[in-house]
Design a protein. Structure first.
Length: 235
């Protein structure tokens, strides 16, 4: 049985069939050596086929492994761990559960903060901020520009923290995902009002360049994705 057949078997499990089209199972991203991606739960790049001789070899709170008879292995990362259960069906039930997820996107150029129930954006605030660009000036001018940039960045992050406190703290979140510039996100979460959010932070890190509303609205495509790593010893 090949690597692709292992994935087919997972995709045609009755639980997978039931999960198709549901909010928490919109996409499955397959991270293969050839950067192949599959849309298993949403439908369509893998033709339906049931393949025998696929076994569940490992179930942990963070990982489910499926193995084929030829040694091919599909490792499914559990989103929003831990997983409660020992079957693929338990993973599907876990993935399908609607969660309240906060999203915090921060860069020097702006921020976006939102709360999702499944894929629905319930509340949000998006705004741009100004931090002066770098300069080639030397000497005292360089130091003056550096101080100005640091002050502008501090003000921008403080504004983002104010908005995060207003949007996220009373939202009864199940998880928080973040993205943008890591240093900027750390600066915002360092605000003492937001310390209670730290234990809620979950992967994935959201790789975004510009925290605009359209970007925020699209983030469930990243944080509701189940990642599968496929290993095929015949390749």
């Amino acid at each position: 049985m090949t690597t692709s057949e292992v994935l087919k078997s997972a995709c045609t499990d009755p639980a997978w069939e039931e999960a198709r089209g549901t909010p928490a199972a919109l996409q499955i991203a397959s991270q293969m050596p050839l950067s192949l991606r599959s849309g298993c739960a949403s439908g369509s790049q893998i033709s339906p086929a049931r393949v025998a001789n696929t076994a569940i070899t490992t179930v942990t709170p963070t990982l489910v492994s499926l193995a084929a008879t030829d040694g091919a292995v599909a490792e499914l990362e559990v989103p929003f761990p831990p997983l409660d259960g020992h079957r693929v069906a338990d993973l599907i039930a876990h993935v399908k559960r609607t969660r309240r997820v906060g999203v915090l996107l921060v860069r020097r150029s702006g921020y976006a903060v939102g709360v999702f129930a499944g894929t629905e954006l319930e509340r949000s605030k998006v705004d741009s901020t100004y931090v002066q660009g770098t300069t080639k000036a030397g000497g005292w001018s360089q130091h003056r520009y550096a101080r100005r940039r640091a002050n502008q960045a501090s003000a921008a992050f403080a504004e983002a923290a104010d908005v995060a406190a207003r949007i996220l703290l009373d939202a009864r979140l199940d998880a928080l995902v973040a993205g943008g510039d890591r240093a900027a996100v750390r600066a915002v979460l360092a605000d003492r009002r937001l310390t209670g959010l730290e234990p809620l932070v979950r992967s994935p890190w959201l790789a975004i360049k510009d925290p605009k509303l359209r970007v925020l609205v699209a983030t469930p495509e990243q944080f509701l994705t189940v990642k599968i790593t496929l290993t095929d010893p015949t390749l």
